[in-house]
Ligand binder design. Sequence first.
Ligand SMILES: [Zn+2]
Length: 430
Amino acid sequence: MSTQIYHPAAILTAPDPMTLECHEREYIVVEEGIIEGIYRELPASFRHLPVEELEDCLLIPAFSDLHIHASQFTERGTGMDLLLFDWLNEYTFPQEASFQDVGYARKVYPQVIYELLKHGTMHAAFFTTIHYDACDLFWQMLQESGMYALSGKVNMDRNSPDYLCESTADSLRDTERFLQEHPSSEHLRAVLIPRFAPTCSEGLLKGLGELSRKYKAGLHTHLVESWAESAWTKELFPDYQTDGDIYDRLGLLGNGPAVFAHVIFPEERDLEVLKKYDACSVHCPDATVNVTAGIMPLKKLQDQGLKIALGTDIGGGHSPALYTQAARSVQESKIKEFYEGEGDRISFREAFYHATHEGGAVFGVTGQLKKGYRFNALALNGLEDGAVRHTPQELLERFCYLGDDRRIVGRWLDGKKIDPEEIRERISRL
Ligand SMILES: [Zn+2]
């Protein structure tokens, strides 16, 4: 059996929104990629094994990015002064259309996976495009990289530019083929990705509902991202109450994980659906500001027992570093409270929980450093001032506010140390 033992300055993990557990100078034992235990004193049965000293390092769970458009990666940080519809038409749609050429996907997608791993994200829910071959190539790259991911093929059969629109029949045929040819594994799961309700006809969503049942496929889409989107959806689907009502009644829920990006203006019916299916609502703090959508009522959703994860939402968001979104989430909760009154502010502990555990839970036993969990972990250092001694919790908070990938000095995926550059090289050859 392969066993590794690490002895860091501190192990930090968030088992619930209110707790940031800290184990100072304790040992973590990993067997076959799974955490066997965390010990103050090493049990006798492990004492003969070598220990890797990480005495200057914090050990934390790898991050989970539950909403990122892999296909918008090359436009990150550009066109950010535009409003949503101009940004979509001038940047996003033409960019996504380029993925018709699988050679273009081969250039872009290795960079997406590389940047995520470099910044410590090992679990992610991706949007791609409508193009089968590019989606298939991305899946192969994800598989080779070892990342944990939800991915699939995007659906758009109306209210989209001609050059980025499918017929209903083609969309359903290619989606079924994708589900047939990409069975789920421990690491990867194919999900349905209707872009958002206004770009999908009722017939398409109904067909996707049938595929969801037939192939036990989950769902990843945008939900009540803005007032305008919400009002437009109601106009297009007069027989349904809200976004959530549409996906529920057309059968897209209950057959796999449900991940909804943004959830900024949920109505009662949406909340009912989120609860019924134990869905994950994904807060994307940078994107919500860049596209001027509004701020998720995160605290209120959390207080109702709903699951919250964080997402970079590239290219609506600009940074692939999920940990920056934990900091931004706290900042935006304070702004929301400032303008809207008491009750919206969250603590850093809660934000870190959303960035690790809650997103990781979508992939099974990931997102925590705890017995029985996968050892998907990061070692951080170089965050001290020298003159002042900070607690490990303070150093972790500092990393999320002003750290970067240079502070990540070790990355383990399923217990194995990984090198993002080596992975990029390897997947670029697929
Ligand atoms: Zn998005």
